[in-house]
Design a protein around this ligand. Structure first.
Ligand code: LLP
Length: 423
């Protein structure tokens, strides 16, 4: 469910006509529905009400401060992966005891910031990282809570680029090594291993890989308990899939029903790190048709957004539905098969291939759907294109939450050395 719907042939976001937004803020444009974001957060929270987990929203999916603030105000925590994301969490005043930090490559400086701030815990992905955290905590005269990220070697049945829980992936630590690290814990007195973490992948539409991974974790936790190792948290990561095309992902309710008994068996406090599930359906990318052209083999619809604005189709061959903002009066039989492409000089710069769509013409607007997660956050200035604006709609109110960049922003940090200027 989301708050994008047609009313009398025009696409609306909550109570606002999307075309009015495109005219007011320009194109291309990211448009987010506040209520869709909050609804999805609450759906998950309510589904797991018997467990009361900490829902740590995964900042990487959509890190706009307004999105973070909206969720933190409703009680969400944040799952971060860098010093930059910690900075964002601080900007929205997220309580530090609701922040968890995962990354295989945390730098000394990033670790120090997280240690000083006393976040809930750092998810450790190697012995060397654990030793660094111990050393830095000793220097700062403190004890830092950590969780071991375990790699449960589970196939999540998703795109290989977003599979993270196989032993061929760089993430986490295998069970045997995790066990050895836990046995070493007394040699590392400035860290307290207080939990275990898994994240098996993203856009997972079925609960089975989760059950399989969590079962393995519960067995491991029981084994540790027998050895006198008591933990406090089990973090099961994110990865819940959404509908982009014809997927039939599990609902939050069904997912919770399936895995809650296992989670209860662990006897630990539970953490979830959903990103896409919360924001994916809550955003669209609005783009204007610049030209249409036919070659002897194809028909192209050339739009003003590019792969620098939404890279998912280029990178993962991801499917996004594309709808015209106006279907009023359109003849549903007048469809054609087209490639929807951007202006960038790469053949991977496409949003759809061989897609049957209603006929569109120059000046029409299109909505690339389900673009709220990994849309803006993965955008870049490639081809020296200013990054686009983001707006948030709350019923009939509209808020600009990121200004469109201007050309000066693109070159702001660049320096021509004096010798090139002949000085
Ligand atoms: N926790 C950890 C440790 C993660 O690495 C991720 C995502 C999440 C949570 C949130 O996963 P989610 O619930 O959003 O699936 N750019 C790709 C997705 C990359 C996911 C990276 N890790 C895409 O556009 O499909």
């Amino acid at each position: 469910m989301h708050e994008f719907k047609y009313i009398k042939g025009r696409l609306y976001c909550e109570d606002v006509k999307v075309e009015d937004l495109a005219k007011r803020f320009g194109s291309p444009l990211y448009v987010y529905s506040y209520h869709t974001i909050i609804d999805h957060y609450l759906k998950l929270k309510n589904a797991f009400s018997s467990i009361k987990p900490l829902i740590a929203y995964s900042v990487k999916a959509n890190s706009n401060l307004a999105v973070l603030k909206a969720l933190v105000d409703k009680g969400a925590g944040l799952d971060i992966v860098s010093g930059g994301e910690l900075y964002r969490a601080i900007q929205v005043r997220c309580p530090m005891n609701r922040i968890v930090y995962a990354s295989v490559g945390k730098t000394e400086r990033e670790i120090e910031e997280a240690v000083r701030r006393k976040i809930l815990f750092l998810n450790v992905e190697s012995l060397q990282e654990l030793e660094s955290i111990n050393r830095i905590s000793k220097r700062l005269n403190t004890i830092t809570r950590v969780a071991i990220r375990v790699n449960p070697d589970i196939e999540p049945k998703t795109h290989r680029y977003i599979t993270t829980g196989r032993l061929t992936n760089k993430f986490g630590i295998d069970f045997k090594s995790a066990y050895q690290i836990l046995m070493l814990r007394r040699a590392l007195p400035n860290v307290k291993i207080s939990g275990l973490h898994i994240h098996i992948g993203s856009q997972i539409t079925d609960a089975s890989p989760y059950s399989a991974a969590i079962s393995k974790m519960v067995d491991f936790i029981e084994r540790l308990r027998k050895k006198g190792i008591e933990l406090e948290y089990l973090n099961i990561g994110g990865g819940l899939g959404i509908i982009y095309n014809h997927e039939t992902p599990q609902t939050a309710q069904r997912f919770a029903k399936r895995i809650s008994p296992l989670l209860k068996r662990s006897g630990l406090k539970i953490i979830l790190e959903p990103g896409r599930f919360i924001v994916g359906q809550a955003g669209i990318l609005v783009t204007e048709v610049l030209y249409t052209k036919s070659t002897p083999k194809k028909k192209f619809v050339i739009v003003d957004a590019g792969m620098n604005d939404l890279i998912r189709p280029a990178l993962y061959d991801a499917y996004h539905q594309i709808f015209p903002l106006e279907i009023k009066g359109a003849n549903p039989r007048r469809t054609e098969k087209v490639d929807v492409v951007g202006p960038i000089c790469e053949s991977a710069d496409f949003f759809a291939k061989e897609r049957r769509m209603p006929k569109v013409k120059s000046g029409d607007y299109l909505a690339v759907m389900s673009a709220g997660a990994y849309g803006f956050t993965m955008s870049s200035n490639y081809n020296s294109r200013p990054r686009i604006a983001e707006v948030m709609v709350v019923k009939d109110n509209v808020f600009l939450i990121r200004k469109r960049e201007v050309y000066a922003d693109i070159v702001r940090n660049e320096i021509i050395p004096a010798f090139l200027l002949g000085l």
